[in-house]
Design a protein around this ligand. Structure first.
Ligand SMILES: Cc1cc2nc3c(=O)[nH]c(=O)nc-3n(C[C@H](O)[C@H](O)[C@H](O)COP(=O)(O)OP(=O)(O)OC[C@H]3O[C@@H](n4cnc5c(N)ncnc54)[C@H](O)[C@@H]3O)c2cc1C
Length: 354
């Protein structure tokens, strides 16, 4: 381990012992953590250095005795993780109604003239008219690579085993990811709000958008080695929503509908891909029966999208339960005290409203 001044990196190498198995919680995996020197050393940065020192000493002992690698707890790992994030993170914005904000829209449709892209453009226009800054990642136009593979890690050897979560954790300190990933991570970190605009394809997002999530949500961005997630994490303080075009009618997706409730179909996206990294997730914008749209219905939909953009920073998010408060520490199960009032199914993970 070496620690240098605040302008450079304080680097902890606390490994050399057992490589944890895939089943180990990310918080148990401490191998190579760099804390980028923040502008102005702060108390928690210093704490992270002390922690790094302690862990390194423990790791040195471990190497001598062969005992298992000491694990980070959620609490102390959080300090490291926060120090790690500070140099490039945007402060959590506190939203006020008329404040200009930054919005990233990621859209996934191959045809520039599609309904998805037309409504995306309505959203862009409204946001800009309201004074917000907007960036658009049009994944097909960018020829976005959807497959997560070796090329995402420029420093990975050609014959090295592709143990992807660990590759991601090893690469995160130096951001040793491919350039297209870094560019998208920067946009997502820049934005106060993220909007995913896509047609529902086979009950989910198109593969190209899933590939954006797979690749952009690397360690340190989509998930934290500290285990902070669901209401905490790198994206905490930011908002996210989906705009989804659905071929089937509303009744097909009702609680009696043959396709299953739309809230359930969107749960892996809203809760898994957006709430997990920390976003406050807004109710989705869902447009049904999209394959046959007349001008009148399009105009109605466009007005609904404009209204959703006007209220992007003011409407209440879905009150998903925060992991740190509503779930047990080791097993991550809903605490006993919430069980009696909790409905079955995915709705169990939403706090009941008074
Ligand atoms: C692979 C695949 C899987 C699918 N899986 C599902 C599924 O699981 N569940 C489900 O319900 N559906 C499914 N669908 C249907 C899909 O959800 C719809 O095709 C999609 O929502 C339509 O949106 P779009 O942006 O592609 O519309 P487009 O095809 O681009 O357009 C739809 C309609 O909108 C009109 N329109 C477009 N732009 C404008 C404009 N500017 N002004 C006025 N009118 C306009 C078009 O003329 C057309 O009538 C699937 C489709 C595919 C291809």
């Amino acid at each position: 381990m070496f620690v240098t001044g605040p302008q450079s990196h304080a680097r902890l190498i606390a490994n050399g012992a057992n490589r944890p198995s895939m089943r180990a919680r990310p918080s148990h995996y401490v191998t190579d953590i760099s804390c980028p020197g923040p502008q102005g050393t702060t108390a928690s940065f210093c704490q992270s250095i002390q922690l790094a020192t302690k862990l390194s000493e423990n790791a040195a002992k471990t190497r001598k005795t062969g005992a298992p690698l000491p694990s980070l707890t959620i609490g102390n790992a959080g300090i490291l993780s926060r120090a790690l994030s500070r140099s490039e993170c945007t402060a959590n914005p506190s939203f006020t109604k008329d404040q200009p904000m930054k919005v990233l829209i990621v859209s996934a449709h191959p045809d520039p003239r599609s309904l998805t892209n037309a409504l995306r453009d309505v959203a862009v226009e409204q946001l800009r008219a309201d004074g917000h800054e907007v960036q658009v990642s049009d994944l097909y136009a960018m020829n976005w690579k959807a497959a997560h593979d070796r090329d995402d890690f420029p420093q990975m050897g050609s014959d090295e085993a592709m143990h992807l979560p660990f590759a991601s954790m090893n690469a995160m300190a130096d951001r040793a990811f491919s350039e297209d990933i870094i560019a998208e991570q920067d946009k997502a970190l820049w934005a106060d709000a993220l909007i995913l605009a896509f047609p529902l394809w086979w009950f989910s997002v198109p593969a190209i958008l899933k590939g954006w999530i797979d690749r952009v949500w690397m360690a340190g961005v989509g998930y934290q080695i500290s285990g902070e997630r669901y209401g905490a994490g790198r994206m905490a303080g930011k908002r996210a929503m989906v705009m989804v075009m659905v071929g089937g009618g509303e009744s097909y997706f009702s609680d009696r509908g043959v396709n299953g409730p739309i809230e359930d179909l969107l749960f892996p996206i809203n809760h898994g891909m957006l709430y997990y990294p920390g976003y406050s997730v807004l109710p989705p914008y869902i447009l049904h029966k999209t394959d046959r749209m007349e001008q009148e219905r399009f105009d109605e939909a466009a007005e609904q999208v404009r209204e959703r953009m006007r209220t992007l920073f003011t409407i209440a998010p879905i009150p998903y339960r925060p992991q740190a408060e509503d779930y047990t520490e080791r097993k991550f199960e809903l605490k006993d005290e919430f069980l009696a009032d909790a409905p079955a199914g995915f709705a169990r993970h939403i706090r009941p409203q008074a």
